[in-house]
Design a protein around this ligand. Structure first.
Ligand code: ADP
Ligand code: MG
Length: 228
C-alpha cells in the first residue's frame, strides 16, 4: 500500500475551470468547485446535463479539454497514463449505475479483481475480498456469478469492488438508478455509513431527492454548467 495514501488533506477534490469538448457538443463548460475530505456531495441535474461526463473527468477516467483537477492535493490533469492508473487504483473507487461486474467471475473474484496488479499473496487477496463481502452481508454469495445475484446484491458487490483498495474518494453514478426503492435504500445506507464511519469522501450523481437530502451539500448541473 502506498505510504502516503492515508495522509488526510483538507481538500479532497479541486476542480478549476474544467471544460470537455467533443466534435459538436461541450457537455462540461468551465466548471469549478471544491470538495473537502470526508464530505458527502450529491450532483443533481436533468438527463443530458453533463453529470456523467463531469464525473468521468473528476474521477480521472477521462481527460478534460481545459482546466485542472486535483484529487487529494495531487494534480491529475498532467499525469501520465501510468501514474493516473496508479492514482485510480490507490485513491479512487467508482460505482456505476449498471454495476459493470465481470460476468464470468464470481462475486469474490469480482471484488478481488482490482487487487491483481498489486503485489499481494493470493490468500491475502481472497481474504480481503471475503472480509468485504462479509461486511456487506454477502458472505454466503461469494461463489455466485453475477447472473445468480439480485440487482441489489450486484450493486453491493460493485461497491465492495470499489472499496477493496481502501479509496479515500468514492464516485458513484446513479448507484440506485437500476434498483427498486427498498434495495436502493439499503445501498444508500451502506454508502452513508462508509462516509460517516470511515470518512470516505462521497461524490454521488443522482436524480433522487432523498439521496440529496442525506448529503452535506448538493451541486446542480444544467447545460454543462454547475451551480452550488
Ligand atoms: P447526464 O449524465 O447528465 O445524463 P452525460 O454526461 O451523459 O449527461 O451527457 C451530456 C451530453 O454529452 C449528452 O448530450 C451526450 O450525448 C454528450 N456526450 C457524452 N459523451 C460523449 C462522447 N463521448 N461524444 C460525444 N458526445 C458525448
Ligand atoms: Mg449520466
Amino acid at each position: 500500500m502506498n505510504k502516503n495514501k492515508k495522509i488526510l488533506t483538507k481538500q479532497s477534490i479541486t476542480v478549476q475551470n474544467v471544460s470537455k469538448h467533443f466534435d459538436t457538443v461541450s457537455p462540461v463548460k468551465n466548471v469549478s468547485f471544491t470538495v473537502e475530505q470526508g464530505e458527502f456531495i450529491t450532483l443533481l441535474g436533468p438527463s443530458g446535463s453533463g453529470k456523467s461526463t463531469l464525473l468521468g473527468l473528476v474521477a480521472g477516467l477521462e481527460k478534460p479539454s481545459e482546466g485542472s483537477i486535483s484529487l487529494q492535493s495531487q494534480e491529475i490533469t498532467g499525469l501520465s497514463e501510468d501514474n493516473l492508473a496508479l492514482l485510480r487504483r490507490n485513491s479512487v473507487g467508482f460505482v456505476f449505475q449498471a454495476f459493470h461486474l465481470i460476468p464470468t467471475l464470481t462475486a469474490l473474484e469480482n471484488v478481488s479483481f482490482p487487487l491483481y496488479p498489486v503485489k499481494m499473496d493470493i490468500k491475502e487477496r481472497q481474504q480481503r475480498a471475503a472480509t468485504l463481502l462479509g461486511k456487506i452481508g454477502l458472505a454466503d454469495r461469494a461463489d455466485h456469478l453475477p447472473t445468480h445475484l439480485s440487482g441489489g446484491e450486484r450493486q453491493r458487490v460493485a461497491i465492495a469492488r470499489a472499496l477493496v483498495n481502501e479509496p479515500q474518494i468514492l464516485f458513484c453514478d446513479e448507484p440506485t438508478g437500476n434498483l427498486d426503492s427498498k434495495t436502493g435504500k439499503e445501498i444508500l445506507d451502506l454508502l452513508t455509513s462508509l462516509n460517516r464511519e470511515q470518512g470516505v469522501t462521497l461524490f454521488i450523481v443522482t436524480h433522487d431527492q432523498e439521496i440529496a437530502k442525506l448529503s452535506n451539500r448538493s451541486l446542480f448541473m444544467q447545460d454543462g454548467e454547475v451551480t452550488q
